[in-house]
Design a protein around this ligand. Structure first.
Ligand SMILES: CC(=O)CC(=O)SCCNC(=O)CCNC(=O)[C@H](O)C(C)(C)COP(=O)(O)OP(=O)(O)OC[C@H]1O[C@@H](n2cnc3c(N)ncnc32)[C@H](O)[C@@H]1OP(=O)(O)O
Ligand SMILES: NC(=O)C1=CN([C@@H]2O[C@H](COP(=O)(O)OP(=O)(O)OC[C@H]3O[C@@H](n4cnc5c(N)ncnc54)[C@H](OP(=O)(O)O)[C@@H]3O)[C@@H](O)[C@H]2O)C=CC1
Length: 291
């Protein structure tokens, strides 16, 4: 199937990264969000990240201009109706994603492939609420999208082979690598990564270490590029908590119990980098640990 027009729903950190890499690869992209500010900020971020690639000679100034020219933004979800492939990258909450699909489906062309960038939610369940479970699948990018090589591809129980192959073709055109995961809570990457992050929060909660010692131990002791608390702030603590809840509910095992301290940070609205406060405070020149 020939894919040229891509619709991206949600202009947060993942949505802007997905629009960025799709436009650089030559796709025409339309991005939508409920927040016009988010759309404006996404274009600023894409511009800045493309400029960084120009300054490092990864792409030319002409490539940057062409990529920006291929991205349109709109607050009107129905404008995505003519897309060949839609990637939903809105907030990690099932009710939000379901409502988006419900609003979008009447405007979609019959051939459109519908996907979700969800970090954890059942693809089969999301698909079952649409008119096209066979043309629905998980298309899971890693953050930051322009840098990370992996895309997890997740088939729902009904996903057909042409849909899977079309998505795999897009991953190849992006120059990224696909890993296929079965549709179980949080798939592969977050099934392994998120319990580690949650355990780091328990380590903090129980006073085994403070923010600095936990992150330093994991960076210097295991060569991780970021400490687990720094990474949690980077991903977003709301997203981390949502994933732990999906693991806990979906696998019914207490080993996935979200740490109460993680819940407390989310309840405070301290969601990490995106709200300028999480395990670190980002409001000053350099991040300062909050514990
Ligand atoms: C939650 C989920 O569902 C799934 C997930 O995504 S889990 C999270 C997965 N992601 C990770 O684990 C990220 C771990 N962290 C890292 O790999 C690194 O810290 C990092 C790549 C983010 C930054 O690396 P760094 O060495 O500290 O920074 P820096 O040297 O400035 O940047 C390295 C490259 O990344 C680019 N980059 C850094 N941050 C970027 C961003 N936010 N957006 C775009 N590009 C970025 C830089 O331009 C640079 O590119 P070049 O190599 O082409 O020059
Ligand atoms: N953060 C990460 O590291 C990764 C996240 N993901 C997944 O990607 C998705 C997005 O995450 P991320 O980009 O981090 O989240 P963000 O919070 O950065 O962005 C989500 C965006 O979606 C918007 N939004 C909320 N409701 C709607 C709606 N009904 N219609 C359109 N837009 C909406 C939000 O607007 P507002 O702020 O106004 O509510 C916000 O701009 C989630 O499913 C997440 O699990 C996948 C891989 C990695």
């Amino acid at each position: 199937m020939d894919i040229q027009r891509i619709g991206v729903i949600g202009a947060g950190q993942m949505g802007n990264g997905i629009a960025h890499v799709m436009a650089v690869a030559g796709y025409d992209v339309t991005v939508t969000d409920i927040s016009s500010d988010a759309l404006a900020n996404a274009m600023k971020t894409i511009d800045k990240n493309l400029e960084r690639q120009v300054s490092r000679d990864t792409i030319s100034a002409e490539d940057k201009a062409a990529a920006l020219g291929r991205i349109a933004t709109t607050p009107d979800l129905t404008q995505l109706g003519g897309s060949d492939l839609v990637i939903e990258a809105a907030t990690e909450r099932e009710t939000i994603k379901q409502a988006i699909f419900e609003d979008l489906i009447p405007h979609l062309e019959p051939h459109t492939i519908l996907t979700s960038n969800t970090s954890s939610i059942s693809i089969t369940r999301l698909a079952s609420r649409t008119d096209r479970p066979e043309k629905f699948m998980g298309f899971h990018f890693m953050n930051p999208v322009p840098v990370m090589q992996l895309v997890e591809l997740i088939r729902g129980i009904a996903t057909d082979e042409p849909t899977f192959e079309a998505c795999r073709g897009v991953v190849e055109k992006l120059g990224k690598t696909a890993a296929t995961a079965e549709d179980f809570p949080a798939f592969i990457v977050n099934r392994i990564l998120m319990p580690m992050i949650n355990e780091a929060v328990y380590t903090l909660y129980e006073g085994v270490g403070n923010v600095t010692s936990i992150d330093m131990a994991m960076k210097l002791g295991t060569n991780h590029p970021m400490g687990p608390l720094e990474l949690a702030d980077f991903i977003g603590l709301d997203t981390c908590l949502a994933i732990m809840n999906v693991l806990h509910d979906g696998l019914a095992d207490t080993k996935y119990r979200p740490c109460p301290l993680l819940t407390k940070y989310v309840e405070a609205g301290w969601l990490g980098r995106k709200t300028k406060r999480g395990f670190y405070d980002y409001r000053g020149e350099a991040p300062v640990p909050t514990r």
